[in-house]
Write a protein that binds this ligand. Structure first.
Ligand code: ADP
Ligand code: ASP
Ligand code: MG
Length: 440
């Protein structure tokens, strides 16, 4: 065990989009000497309509890979970094690094390698600016040859490495295989690196600095001025982030969960705000039934009806077998005595509808089967629901009063969440109605 207070701090793209933001970040870090390990993202959008460096790198490499003229686009990327260095009045040059990257693009080093350079270069600048050591994630974040992250090996190597440094910057989003091929996490993956570093450092807390003052009770792009969440559990957060509340990558929970380290979501542009604490367990706050609402579009519901299906041995298994045979996984499975609904990802079902319907007809001979397309799912999540009566009824009433039709409703067995399916065009309206019903 470690008695020293160590904070691991991750800064997102908008927190490091330009020199002004770098200064705010350095102020935050220097204000607390426990902030020893820093995980930066690549420069994000400076204003709405701007392009993230990661997207520029994907675009640029796409051209290079086809053998096209990528240098003018590469020049724009270099400019973003030069501007930061110049704005910070640093006596530092990345020109040699740029040359290496250019050569590697020509040699087709891979899409992941290309994207990873966004955080790599930003990490070099930040380390220099802070006077912290630089740790290349390619040496400490381990992936296997199939591109799967290896958590235990990583923890072993990384914790040893961190002990050698008083303070260090570890760029987010990527690592490498043992043979040295760079691999990235999925988009937004710097959150995962932050969590991995927090675990390896045996940190007291993992601070995730972004551009909002914490996790909000609903998507701010849908509900006007939603209230921030003070405390949320890992499980609630996972439900919400899986359903589209994208503040934190949905997989960023796992490494810190193993070690029981809390995450604090904070706002780089309002550092005095307390933000949201994400903790292993928490009592429900008094009077609060729901913790948050999130949702996603793009689902299909396969609705199957057959009288007495519940008495038919193997009915569910045979239906799911058809999905498996077609390479489909299911998201939810609400069912009644004579009905079963399978919720699947709409994109995955594309081009396979007839096969799936015919397969199910052959497997279970239903009385009816229908596919409802363009369904949005809303997750109403809250540890307070377990002790409250009539939550589903309240949601129902709110949605019905807003003249929205409910396609399906599914209460998770943990009584932590209720999932509602509505038509995509009603998504925003339904989210606002639920929010208004529960939040005063
Ligand atoms: P970063 O670049 O710092 O990683 P992200 O863009 O990944 O930041 O995540 C922060 C953004 O998530 C916010 O600006 C906000 O638009 C969006 N967001 C979506 N749902 C929520 C929510 N429930 N609470 C707060 N922010 C949300
Ligand atoms: N820069 C990467 C992205 O845009 C990773 C991250 O920001 O977390 O997805
Ligand atoms: Mg993010």
């Amino acid at each position: 065990m470690n008695n020293q207070v160590i904070k691991v701090v991750k800064f997102g793209g908008s927190s490091l989009a330009d020199a002004g933001q770098f200064q705010k970040v350095a102020d935050i870090i220097k204000r607390d000497e426990a902030r020893k390990f820093v995980v930066p993202s690549a420069p994000g959008k400076r204003f709405s309509g701007d392009t993230k460096v990661t997207d520029m790198l994907y675009g640029c490499y796409g051209i290079a890979e086809m053998g096209g003229e990528f240098l003018s686009m590469f020049e724009q990327i270099k400019e973003r970094y030069r501007e930061i260095i110049c704005g910070l009045s640093l006596d530092y040059s990345l020109e040699d690094e740029f040359d290496t990257i250019q050569t590697n693009f020509i040699e087709k080093a891979g899409r992941d390698y290309a994207a990873s350079r966004g955080e790599y270069l930003n990490g070099l600048i930040l380390a220099r600016y802070l006077g912290y050591d630089f740790i290349d994630p390619a040496k400490v974040i381990v992936f296997d040859e199939n591109g799967r992250f290896n958590p235990e090996k990583t923890n072993e190597i990384l914790s040893k490495e961190l002990k050698k440094h008083e303070t260090a910057v570890v760029p987010g989003f990527f690592g490498a295989t043992e043979s040295g091929r760079v691999v990235t996490f999925s988009r937004g993956g710097s959150d995962i690196t932050g969590s991995i570093v927090a675990r390896a450092a045996e940190a007291t807390i993992y601070e995730n600095w972004t551009d909002v003052s914490g996790f909000l009770m609903a998507d701010p792009r849908v509900v006007e001025n939603p209230k921030p969440i003070k405390t949320i559990t890992y499980r609630e957060l996972r439900e919400l982030s899986y359903m589209g509340a994208t503040v934190l990558h949905e997989d960023a929970i796992f490494p810190v969960r193993i070690a029981g380290i809390p995450i604090n979501i904070r706002n780089t542009n309002a550092p005095e705000d307390a933000g949201t604490m994400i903790v292993p367990f928490a009592e429900a706050e008094s009077g609060s039934i729901i913790t948050g609402i999130a949702g996603r579009k793009g689902f299909c519901v396969i609705a199957i009806e057959k009288e007495m299906m519940n008495a038919e041995l193997g009915f569910g298994r045979r239906v799911l077998q058809v999905l498996e045979d077609n390479g489909l996984s299911f998201e939810h499975l609400p069912s009644g005595v004579d009905t079963m609904c399978v919720v699947v990802n709409g994109k995955e079902l594309e081009g396979k509808k007839d096969q799936v319907v015919n397969g199910i007809c052959r497997a279970v001979e239903p009385e009816s089967i229908a596919i409802h397309e363009g369904v949005a799912l809303l997750a109403v999540v809250g540890r307070g629901m377990r002790n409250a009566k009539g939550t589903a009824a309240k949601i129902f009433r709110a949605i019905t009063d807003a003249s929205v039709n409910i396609r399906m409703i599914d209460q998770g067995s943990s009584e932590l969440n209720i999932i509602i399916g509505v038509q995509e065009e009603d998504f925003e309206k339904a989210q606002r109605a639920i929010y208004a019903a529960f939040v005063k």
